[in-house]
Ligand binder design. Sequence first.
Ligand code: SF4
Length: 243
Amino acid sequence: MIAAAAIDHLSHSQVQTFTTCPRKWSYDKQEHAPRERIPSSFAFGIAVHDCLAGVNEASMHGERIDAAAAFMAQWKLAIAGEVPVHYGKDTADDLLAKGRALVTAYVPPPDIIGVEQPFTVDLDPDLPRVEGRIDLIRRDAAGNLVVADIKTAASRLLTETDAVEAQLGLYDLAYPAAQHEIIVLGKLKSPTVTVQPITPWPDRLVRQHYREVFAAMDAGVRYAVRGWGCDGCPFADRCRAEG
Ligand code: SF4
């Protein structure tokens, strides 16, 4: 086992992966094991995310780009790597059509002041620094800061919000804001775009969560959590062989 102390930084997605399946985190971040596959949902999320970053960036500069064309370019990039994509019930063409419809339905909010804003937070002297990027920062009508994260979902709103409350609690330590929200892109027959207000975790809870998760990483916790997350897991073959 490679000590977690060798980790030079943490991120929301790392911590989220660990809490979902510690073994998956260990394969990825400790062993740097080669990926056997990538789930199409992951490639789709990356393509939507990168496309809308371009749309928001253009809007921030008073410009517009063709979102559908941008998605097509990002989708081709996302599935063109050497690692095979694991598709579920939707084919690559289905997902291309869904993605184009989804990003076309998105309208950037006014007064964007930051897109993919990088940040670093020191939560505790005994923890690695936490790094990340904030999807979107804007000002509301009164000039207050609003921090937003963009999510794709199978429904109009997210019903399980603990993970995004933690994520936005972390962001609030980097960029304290008056309002926090997620922009939910619903992959429905008619795509939906819904702004969902989120109450972020308080400072104390964020710090405690990261301390506890890092202590578990450092202690070598790496049990497998078998379930829906195994479908398309990049390390599923290796995990099955390990037992
Ligand atoms: S296959 Fe399942 S249990 Fe194994 S590492 Fe992946 S998510 Fe975890």
